[in-house]
Design a protein around this ligand. Structure first.
Ligand code: GLN
Length: 487
């Protein structure tokens, strides 16, 4: 019985807890044992919070805290190391923050705790969430649990690998251009990026503020709905967290999708996409049809400009956000410097990794006088066109189906030396981020060499209920993935 606990979804663990068949401590211990056994191979966690998780578990087992108050009570989760937890090292995958201990909790952490969830640990990530493979971490790369010499995707690769390898019941990630959906796809789990403004980013270390969102990475769509329910909503501490009622995300899941119109964008099934990905996505589309949905071809004509626009906008915002790491206010400071300027230079040269420096340089350039109109302003205009594409498409369909990535997970090292190749792998996730709409990735198949393939379901702004419903119905109808090799 105990050996099977780590494989359970949040819903599955809750059933055992409520039936009194296991204690919260047993659940936490079984996951900690698994982390101890597998994390050396996977490198999914940067920090494991064994003591505090066991202390929290005890509160439930002694009856001090009540298990029946919330669907997350007694559930151990992992969180990406970009989220601040008071007193706990929050590295962002960077040397420059390797010893940073925030004096406060992110709003999402406070909300999860309020709901009775426990934090098992902080997960590995691309430095400052910049990357698509989790190879850009100062703490070493994460390995894909399906194939250890492959990447788990990024930048929330640690969270996705931890969920896929059954090291936690669920996790939080952050998504600026695909960092929840793409690693979820590569690791065969569920990843939801909510609408921009749905979840408070207070306490999320900023990468690109007009794009960043926090969201769940889970084993099932129902679990994603449960986590979103706990973290969504207005927050006076984040002016971008919209003051709009949070609907009930689980009650819509079981509604059939017969009669819904699902859009298939012709620009997403282009040449160059891996044939196995295309086949798996088209099989899922067929499943949607068999469930009674009407499949309509749609066009998102500005898709091809997504990468160019994103890789101007995101680095520009990053160059501004990362100016704060100057060796004075936060984190690492180089010990040897003759004067202030040299201290800045040495701190930032040693503290940041190559990809972060590349982005700061690109971003600073595109924001500089004389270039702003040609780059940042132009990219913002293109962004509006991409947003309009979606607004137009959602007049013809209720949700959109698309691949999450053009290929399954690639080998560690395969794209690391070629940033452009790495950027190209974001082609299907960036447009939804630029438009601010919600998107989920669910597993829809497996490649011939045993790597999962992800299907994306996109919805209109604040359309999480329809996204979750379509994803849940497809998840129930699609064949399950074969057993993971790391069992
Ligand atoms: N891969 C994209 C990038 O490198 C997206 C990252 C993210 O969503 N945080 O910027």
């Amino acid at each position: 019985m105990i050996a099977a606990i780590p494989t359970l979804s949040i819903g599955g663990i809750r059933k055992l807890l409520l039936a009194g068949e296991v204690s919260v401590t047993e659940v936490v211990r079984s996951l900690l044992e698994r982390i101890e056994a597998l994390n050396p191979k996977l490198n999914a966690f940067i920090t494991v919070l064994a003591e505090s998780a066991l202390a929290d578990a005890k509160h439930f087992d002694t009856g001090e805290r009540n298990l029946s108050t919330s669907p997350l009570a007694g559930i151990p989760l992992a969180v990406k190391d970009v989220l601040c937890i008071q007193g706990v090292r929050t590295t962002c995958g960077s040397k420059i923050l390797e010893n940073y201990r925030p004096p406060f909790d992110a709003t999402v952490i406070a909300r999860l705790r309020q709901a009775g969830a426990m934090v098992l640990g902080k997960t590995n990530m691309d430095e400052f969430a910049m990357g698509s493979s989790t190879e850009n971490s100062a703490f070493g790369p994460v390995h894909n649990p399906w194939h250890l010499d492959h990447v788990p995707g990024g930048s929330s690769g640690g969270s996705a690998a931890a969920v896929a390898a059954d090291l936690c019941a669920g996790a939080l990630g952050s998504d600026t251009g695909g960092s929840i959906r793409q690693p979820a796809a590569f690791c065969g789990v569920v990843g939801l990026k909510p609408t921009y403004g749905r979840v408070s980013r207070f306490g999320l270390v900023a990468f690109a503020s007009s794009l960043d969102q926090i969201g769940p990475i889970t084993k099932t769509v129902e679990d994603a709905a449960l986590l979103l329910q706990a973290i969504a909503g207005h927050d006076p501490a984040d002016s971008t967290a919209v003051d709009r009622a949070v609907p009930n995300y689980t009650e819509v899941l079981n509604r059939p999708i017969a009669g819904l119109k699902l859009g298939l964008p012709k620009e997403y099934l282009i040449e160059g996409i891996d044939p196995e990905v295309r086949r798996a996505v088209m099989d899922a589309v067929q499943t949607g049809r068999e469930l009674g949905a009407e499949i309509v071809e749609i066009s998102l004509p500005h898709t091809e400009y997504g990468i160019a626009a994103y890789y101007i906008i995101a680095p520009a915002e990053a160059s501004s956000n990362l100016a704060r790491y100057d060796g004075v206010k936060y984190g690492y400071r180089h010990p040897e410097a003759a004067d202030l300027l040299e201290m800045y230079q040495r701190t930032r040269s040693v503290g940041f990794g190559a990809e972060v420096k590349r982005r700061i340089m690109l971003g600073t350039y595109s924001l500089s006088a004389g270039y702003y109109d040609a780059y940042y302003k132009k990219a913002s205009q293109v962004r509006s066109l991409i947003r309009d594409d979606f607004l137009h498409a959602f007049r013809r369909c209720d949700a959109i189906l698309a691949p999450a990535a053009p290929h399954p997970a690639f080998k560690i090292g395969e794209k690391a030396a070629d940033p452009l190749q790495m950027y190209l792998s974001d082609v299907f996730t960036l447009p939804a981020s630029l438009a601010g709409i919600p998107g989920i990735s669910i597993p829809c198949g497996i490649s011939s060499n045993g790597l999962p393939i992800g299907l994306q379901v996109l919805g209109p702004h604040f359309g999480e209920p329809i996204v979750l419903r379509v994803a849940h119905q497809l998840e129930q109808a699609l064949p399950p993935l074969p057993p993971k090799p790391l069992h």
